[in-house]
Design a protein around this ligand. Sequence first.
Ligand code: 4AD
Ligand code: MG
Length: 464
Amino acid sequence: MNPMTQLTVKTILTKPAGTEIEVRGWVKSARHSKNVTFLAVSDGSCFADLQVVVSPELANFESEVKKLVTGCSVIVSGVLSESPGGKQSVELQASSVNVTGWVEDDYPLQKKQHSFEFLRTKAHLRMRTNTFGALMRVRNAASRAIHHFFQSRGFIWLHSPIITASDCEGAGQMFRVSTLDAENPPRTEKGAVDWSQDFFGTLTHLTVSGQLEGETAALALKNIYTFGPTFRAENSNTSRHLAEFWMVEPEMAFCDLSGDAEMAEAFLQSVFKTVLNDCADDLEFFDQRIQPGVIARLQKTIDTPFVRMPYTEAIAALEKSGKDFEYPVHWGMDMQSEHERYLTEEHVGGPVVVTDYPRQIKAFYMYLNDDEKTVRAMDVLVPEVGEMIGGSQREDRIDVLRMRMNECGLDTEHYVWYMDLRRFGGVPHAGFGLGFERMVQYMTGMANIRDVIPYPRVPGHADF
Ligand code: 4AD
Ligand code: MG
């Protein structure tokens, strides 16, 4: 049983009639009649199934083949023949059918459509369905396209740490990492928990972003990117928030906000183009069954330059909209999903890059504009998903940075190394973070972010 010598369904479907092959996979559906059994066999390598035709001449036809049902695993050998009426050009005329695994009666995936809510409770099996198989291939193709985009431009992939003692976003939404006895932690003389006795000798958390370490690498290697899991303990039960999600964070030395926005636009368009090309069948499925128009929307995103709009202008547009927003609009507010969606879906009708946000609502590391009211931040907003990318030019003036850290209530002691970058050969630099799952939502039209990651972690749920 050597995977190196086994053909996938994807490859088999490209072979001509007459080829002798063997397929290994799972029965998607079985249709039995007296004189023939049709099996749709899938192995996840592509959207299509391989149709297998089994005749009663096989020795185990009555005893086994006729008992095959959805979910059974099989090894089938035979010869490909033309399949005039079928969905694919070839089908397999079986000369032997080996059943490697039967399914018990309570197999939860039947041929009928299941709700996504139900499938979340069966996440260990849902990748066998059309929707989740397609999603996994789209995730994979998008990951490959992301690496290719940066690698072909000389960016270095930085493996930023998962465990960290600093809070990049300064928002305090971190998961603690500790080996102390939760029931009976060591205490200081004053009665507080003594983190110095913890595993790392200090209080540590799971990272919310690899950016700060990314900046250190950019100031040595010029252009870098991270691509890894990030964690946020925000208690948001929405269709766009996960507690564990994957983020892509390029960081570029000798780059300002407008270079950053240009990179973000080129990046998104390139990844969409590649995935449209590499996952045509999968996206066709999403277009037909999940969100009609999703392919046209992607194509338009690839073909149309992104609109740029300073925050102040965006607020004016929201005020003029005549809409009755749940959260009233005023300069200085953090935009809510309803505002972001109005801007991209109704006002612009496509992606929009909002720049120069008020300093009060953005992180400490963003470059302070001369107006002293706004910072060189950018968010890329897209229809339905809202914020897909958040980025900025970084504050590279040490005195301004120190002032902003104090303003944001950060303990500068933990960021000495970060501030060093401004003292030792500092340069203007910028970067952004792409929420990978939000990008997958945009490409597939899946409404809930819990359904675009294999095992979603959200408040109250860490099953599997
Ligand atoms: O806007 P955010 O918080 O930016 C940063 O973390 C910066 N350090 C990035 C940088 O400049 N290098 O997060 C970036 C993106 C958001 O635009 C969003 O797409 C995604 O990460 N994101 C989430 N995705 C899923 N679930 C969550 N809870 C998310 N929080 C942010
Ligand atoms: Mg953001």
